[in-house]
Design a protein around this ligand. Structure first.
Ligand code: SF4
Ligand code: SF4
Length: 203
């Protein structure tokens, strides 16, 4: 089981203020506690221009989400920013399908003890409790970097592969490449408070 909570307003509002937003909202699944009413209230109260919004089950299902993206293509094209309300897996799926867009999440995904459900997707979320993907181009450095670096790349990658496991792509190289293509390398210059690891799952 894992739980989703809406991020503090002071983190998310400056990222999306007055920008054309397209919003993906996951309606959750049995393995995830998703705060449906709180999320809807947060989204309804946003002052930013919303160019489109879709609520769907299983934002972690790539094929399913692809179909929605096709159906809403015109509205998504108009959006400057994509905002995703879901667990970290759903955010990564949307981000991977919309590589030409800045993708933010308004949620933190927290670990809850007990059965973790089936995670058969190509993406994983370590449920670190304080989602970092707003500062890493919609890719997760917690689940995908062997050293869980927040200020990568570490300098050891070769040919875009991780020095710890050469069969795996260096996620920090991917983050830099993606933000570079979007003209948003400035996102990596952010100086924020240290990540709160106390809300991460026990190791
Ligand atoms: S940073 Fe990664 S591990 Fe943490 S909540 Fe986001 S997707 Fe999950
Ligand atoms: S090579 Fe890339 S993915 Fe591997 S540990 Fe270094 S920064 Fe992380």
């Amino acid at each position: 089981m894992l739980a989703v909570q809406i991020k503090p307003e002071e983190e998310i509002l400056p990222l999306i203020s007055e920008k054309g937003l397209f919003i993906f909202e996951c309606l959750g699944c049995r393995e995830v506690y998703y705060p449906t009413e709180i999320a809807a209230k947060f989204i309804n109260n946003l002052k930013a221009e919303i160019v489109g919004r879709v609520s769907l089950d299983y934002l972690c299902n790539r094929e399913f989400v692809s179909e929605y993206i096709k159906a809403y293509a015109n509205k998504i094209k108009k959006a400057q920013v994509i905002l995703v309300s879901s667990c970290g897996v759903g955010v990564q799926v949307v981000s991977s399908l919309l590589e030409n867009k800045i993708v933010y999440t308004c949620c933190d995904t927290l670990y809850l003890n007990g059965f973790q459900g089936l995670i058969a997707q190509e993406f994983n979320c370590d449920q670190c409790g304080e989602c970092y993907m707003n500062y890493s181009g919609g890719l997760c450095p917690i689940a995908l970097c062997a050293k869980q670096l927040l200020n990568g790349p570490c300098g050891g990658s070769q040919g875009g592969k991780c020095e710890v496991d050469p069969d795996v792509s260096c996620v920090w190289q991917q983050i830099v490449d993606r933000l570079g293509k979007l003209g948003r390398l400035d996102i990596l210059e952010r100086l924020g408070p240290p990540k709160n690891w106390t809300v991460s799952p026990p190791s």
